[in-house]
Write a protein that binds this ligand. Structure first.
Ligand code: NAD
Ligand code: ZN
Length: 387
């Protein structure tokens, strides 16, 4: 028998044991219209022979509950299928609700081979994803985003999170979904404010990384916000797909965010504090739009962005239709606090600013930006809005 003594003797000294993991994953983002209709089998095929917990936003359930129930009603009696609806405001995005979902899964009898399906916006998908990453140590989950922001952003990567102790997304995990189903028609019932918030994230990709996308959406913003004709829906689907591809290109070499200098964080430095300070009355995409306007002005004031591009960018941001002028921009203390907080999170500033349409750079630390710069840019923006 190998005893500790043997291990420790001179000849057989064990100093370290190497453990190698091999985490690889692959998932499809499917563009599938009428995903819950009985004619579309793709979603239920993923669930064959497995217990399923479908978690639906209560708002979406009020609109589509019958269709969703019908979709799963034909499943075999030998597997558990449970559909639950939950409230999904930003204030609901907490660990208690995630544990509540785990409790439901246990009560229903979801085993380790079970699947969670998240049907809702970013808030709901973040909660269900986190629950899936801890329930029985990990179960598969599928995302069916029902908001524009969900389709172009929250559903694309592998992050999950809830807010904790006054901090947005403080507790979370990296858990790749098994699949994502982007059904553009699910957006038909979306309040226009939410469409505008989603468009803000598309505009983010366009300004910071994708000039082609910017040129494409600039003349047709209204088709994205309020699609009416078939042509508009096709255009919207195309834009979602292009924005998603740009996003995937950015994150695929950095899923676990070992590198916290990310171009996709354009608009995400001041925005968390803007959201928190508004008690989440200002939506995520809305806060991102405000942040992008300020970051753009900062770049212009530094002499890195031509006036023509600054003007085009701010005009596009204004045409999203979200109020980008707001009192908080006058509160430089809070904006500076946002900078300090993000440095704590990222370990550096890495503030993304555009240098031309479709191209951006980082302000990496406080050697390049100070409070005076912030005050100047806030004033510069105000002047722009007034003219
Ligand atoms: N995990 C990630 O990588 C990631 C990325 C971006 C954002 N997020 C998170 O996503 C959240 C924002 O998500 P969101 O913008 O999708 O908003 P949301 O989830 O808050 O949804 C907005 C509102 O729309 C309602 N709704 C959803 N779908 C609807 C539909 N089809 N018809 C009518 N109403 C509908 C919801 O009930 C909610 O009231 C934030 O918490 C943010 O932190 C996560
Ligand atoms: Zn975002």
């Amino acid at each position: 028998m190998l005893t500790l003594l043997n291990l420790r003797d001179e000849e057989n000294l064990v100093e370290q044991v190497t453990v190698c993991g091999n985490i690889k994953f692959r998932y499809l983002i499917e563009f599938e219209r009428d995903v819950f209709s009985l004619g579309s089998k793709k979603l239920t095929e993923y669930c064959e022979g497995r217990d399923v917990l479908v978690v639906v936003s209560s708002t979406v359930y009020d609109i589509l509950g019958c269709v969703i129930e019908e979709c799963f009603s034909k499943r075999s009696a030998s597997v558990a299928t449970r559909i639950v609806s939950i409230t999904d405001s930003e204030n609901d995005k907490n660990i208690e609700h995630v544990l509540g979902l785990c409790k439901v899964a246990k009560t229903v009898g979801i085993d380790r081979k079970g699947i969670f399906i998240a049907v809702g916006g970013g808030v709901l998908m973040d909660m269900v994803g986190l629950a899936a990453s801890i329930y029985r140590r990990k179960v598969d989950y599928i995302r069916v985003p029902t908001t524009l922001l969900g389709q172009v952003d929250a559903a694309v990567g592998i992050k999950t999170a809830v807010n904790f102790d006054g901090h947005k997304n403080l507790i979370g995990s990296f858990h790749p979904p098994m699949a994502v189903f982007n059904d553009v028609k699910l957006l038909a019932s979306l309040p226009v404010y939410q469409s505008r918030c989603g468009l803000a994230e598309i505009v983010k990709m366009a300004i910071s990384l994708d000039r082609g996308l910017f040129n494409k959406i600039e003349p047709r913003m209204d088709s994205i916000i309020k699609p009416k004709l078939d042509n508009d829906w096709n255009f919207l689907e195309e834009v979602i797909a292009e924005s998603t591809i740009s996003m995937v290109e950015q994150i695929e070499s950095n899923f676990y965010e070992a590198d916290l200098a990310r171009y996709v964080d354009f608009g995400h430095t001041f925005s968390p504090v803007i959201e928190e300070d508004s008690q989440y009355q200002i939506g995520h995409g809305h806060a991102v739009a405000m942040d992008m306007a300020l970051s753009t002005q900062l770049s212009f004031d530094k002499g890195w962005l031509a006036q023509e591009d600054r003007d085009r960018i701010i005009k596009v941001l204004m045409r999203i239709g979200l109020e980008v002028r707001f009192d908080l921009l006058d509160e430089v203390d809070r904006l500076w606090y946002a900078i300090e907080k993000i440095m704590e999170h990222r370990g550096a500033l890495n503030l993304v600013v555009p240098v031309e349409i479709g191209k951006s750079t980082f302000i990496r630390d406080l050697k390049t930006i100070d409070r005076i710069d912030l005050v100047n840019s806030v004033n510069g923006l105000r002047k722009f809005y007034e003219n």
